[in-house]
Design a binder for this molecule. Structure first.
Ligand SMILES: Cc1cc2nc3c(=O)[nH]c(=O)nc-3n(C[C@H](O)[C@H](O)[C@H](O)COP(=O)(O)OP(=O)(O)OC[C@H]3O[C@@H](n4cnc5c(N)ncnc54)[C@H](O)[C@@H]3O)c2cc1C
Length: 331
């Protein structure tokens, strides 16, 4: 493969409820940062697929796309992996980007490997950092062993270099001065998307604020003990105009019912101004999701809990006594 034929950075612009996904906007910011490392003649392309994409195009320019590749087709109204996989593959074959960035959302986590397999190229999933090395290759940093080891993944011999990144890891850049052009794309999708028929749609409303919009997050772990206790954390979050986040066990127990609220390697990375947590031991799988948080206040009855190693304020106590007292005081 002649890797020199490939340039530019393409971001898959996911559409959620007729709006661009936050994660995609963050990736446009990251693509602009990487473009500075690669050189100014690198363009940032945003590929957007759907049956009605006009509401999102302006935002894609405002958040840093030079070119919006628009593929409008009634068949693309609903995401299906084979359909979107084929459409995005055909776009990549035409535009030959050196780098493709896809959000590690539910859709992106399925779409990215589908496309990488079709293109027979490499994909690094859930990257926590992206940078360009001296050879002009993208270094894709991925945590392993619960965040204790950071691995540098390279795709030196194949193109494009593909990475997925979770929400909250990279940052948006917004400017009304950004401008760009729209290019329409079409290809024949006959035979794709026909095996799954969508018969209905049920939307589960998330409780409270999304984590990435919250300046204050109250995190709870297995030490919270039961569902009834969990409501006390939710009450504290409401009083502080914040949101609740959780660890894997608290989600598995069903105390937190929002799977988007799990923080860590397999959940989301967050960067609130304040992270107050209770009953969390501090496993690396969890703490790698709070490394960019501002002040961390931890409550744990075990003075040797690893969470205290990453905390600014440490409260060795039964969490309930502390949280009940704070809730009473705030009320
Ligand atoms: C591949 C993989 C990916 C993973 N991804 C994630 C992830 O994304 N996010 C995640 O969170 N986990 C993840 N995990 C799980 C992770 O390894 C830990 O098991 C988990 O984070 C521990 O959750 P916890 O701190 O709530 O529970 P525990 O480790 O059981 O800790 C409970 C803590 O509560 C304290 N406690 C108990 N009672 C009280 C009390 N009354 N008052 C105060 N403190 C009390 C205890 O002292 C203890 O420190 C992953 C694991 C694997 C293998």
């Amino acid at each position: 493969m002649n890797t020199n034929e490939y340039k530019d950075i393409l971001v898959f612009a996911e559409v959620q409820n007729l709006k661009p996904a936050e994660n995609s906007l963050e990736l446009l910011g990251e693509a602009n940062r990487l473009r500075n490392e690669l050189g100014d003649n690198t363009r940032v392309l945003a590929a957007v697929l759907g049956s009605n994409i006009s509401p999102v195009v302006e935002s894609l320019f405002r958040f840093g796309a030079d070119v919006v590749i628009s593929f409008v087709d009634d068949k693309l109204a609903e995401y299906r992996s084979d359909l979107y996989g084929e459409a995005l593959t055909r776009i990549i074959e035409k535009y030959k980007p050196a780098i493709v960035l896809i959000g590690a959302t539910f859709t992106g986590s399925e779409l990215a490997p589908t496309v990488a397999a079709k293109l027979k190229t490499g994909l690094a999933a859930h990257c926590t950092e992206l940078k360009i090395n001296d050879e002009g290759n993208m270094v894709q940093v991925v945590p392993a062993f619960g965040g204790k080891v950071l691995g540098d993944i390279l795709t030196p011999n194949h193109r494009p270099q593909m990475a997925t990144v979770k929400a909250g890891i990279t940052q948006k850049i917004e400017s009304r001065d950004f401008t760009g052009t729209i290019e329409d794309f079409q290809c024949d999708l006959t035979g794709f998307g026909d095996r799954i028929k969508i018969t209905g749609r049920q939307t589960e409303l998330a409780k409270g604020k999304p984590l990435h919009e919250s300046e204050c997050i109250i995190g709870g772990g297995f030490g919270i003990g039961n569902k009834e206790n969990w409501t006390l954390l939710e009450e504290l979050a409401t009083l502080l105009n914040g949101a609740t986040g959780c660890t894997r066990p608290a989600l598995d127990e069903g105390w937190s019912q929002d799977e988007h609220a799990m923080i860590g390697t397999s959940g989301v990375a967050v960067r609130p101004k304040i992270y107050i947590n209770a009953g969390i031991s501090g496993a690396a799988h969890h703490t790698c999701g709070i490394k960019d948080a501002g002040v961390i206040i931890s409550i744990n009855k075990d003075a040797n809990a690893p969470i205290f190693e990453v905390s600014d304020y440490k409260i060795v106590s039964d969490w309930k006594k502390i949280v009940e007292a704070v809730v009473t005081k705030l009320k």
